[in-house]
Design a protein around this ligand. Structure first.
Ligand code: 0GY
Length: 293
């Protein structure tokens, strides 16, 4: 099965970033796609990507000057986490994983995932990627993962945020938001919508990835260093320096406007975290606390 006709392939030659991350830096949001002959894509998937193998991912990690990865199960692999687990086993202590499971998952299956390095599950509320599920479906999963000390990753768009707020507030484990819960950046970082998100984050169970400027920008391919997104990322880092994570989002699924150079994404980090102490927290101390305690 070839990739979708309009699929954009990840940058084949990312530059060595001029910004050097601190020793032990973690790329806390990235994926593995396929290879499909070994790890077929899920029948219910909403897109068919190009291959982004574990070897490709680990080569990128080294090229960017990073040390570790948190690999997040993407929707194209559905609830079959084999490609993720295979990547985790290869990486050993250099990677941790976030799986996608359904509410019939058994304690034995979770325990096997735990020993491979999985430390949480992802709830994806983005309708173009997965079909919605009722609240009790998620609650049954939380009941099963909580005893392992796992957390949940939530992928949600700004428009669905209010609807899910009662559920999110009720979750008894740590909740990490992907891509700042996808704000509409055309409204600006001081708009009431983003204020609501920043206020929610005051609860210490919430964390946020400051990631995906390439996805959130409204400047398309003509992005000029994502100047419209950086203030959102910086506001979160400044307000909650100990509960933010950074990731490449490689291989950048569903990008339509342009494909970022991952080296350039790394060079944005000093604009988001403007002191060495904030960079150390964002890239090393925070992900180590959550994934390698
Ligand atoms: C991301 C973003 C996207 C895709 C997925 O699971 C996925 O398929 O997360 C997207 O299309 O916005 O975080 O990789």
């Amino acid at each position: 099965m070839p990739m979708d006709a309009d699929w954009m392939v990840w940058h084949q030659n990312p530059r060595k970033p001029r910004y050097q991350p601190p020793a032990g830096a973690v790329d806390a949001h990235c994926h593995i796609f396929g290879p499909e002959d070994q790890f077929p894509y899920a029948p219910e998937r909403k897109y068919t990507p190009c291959t982004g193998s574990k070897e490709d991912l680990f080569a990128l990690r080294d090229q960017l000057g990073f040390s570790r990865n948190v690999i997040v199960q993407a929707s194209c692999h559905g609830r079959n986490n084999d490609a993720l687990i295979d990547g985790l086993r290869t990486a050993g202590d250099l990677a941790r994983g976030i799986a996608v499971v359904d509410d019939s998952i058994t304690d034995e299956e979770l325990s096997l995932m735990n020993s491979a390095g999985v430390r949480g599950v992802r709830f994806n509320f983005v309708r173009r990627l997965v079909d919605p599920k009722p609240r009790d479906y998620y609650e049954r999963i939380i009941d099963k993962i909580a005893p392992l000390g796992w957390h949940i990753i939530v992928y949600i768009e700004a428009d669905d945020f209010t609807e899910q707020l009662p559920f999110l507030n009720s979750v008894p484990v740590t909740v990490v938001f992907d891509h700042m819960a996808r704000p509409d950046v055309s409204k600006g970082p001081d708009h009431a919508d983003f204020n609501r998100f920043v206020d929610l984050m005051a609860d210490e169970k919430f964390w946020s990835k400051v990631s995906c400027p390439e996805r959130l920008t409204r400047q398309g391919g003509n992005h000029q260093n994502y100047a419209d997104v950086i203030p959102f990322m910086k506001r979160l880092v400044d307000t909650y320096p100990d509960r933010v994570l950074w990731g490449t989002d490689w291989p950048h699924p569903n990008m339509k406007s342009h494909m970022p150079d991952d080296g350039q994404l790394v060079e944005l980090i000093p604009l988001i975290a403007d002191t060495e102490a904030k960079q150390q927290a964002l890239l090393v101390d925070n992900p180590m606390r959550l994934y390698w305690p």
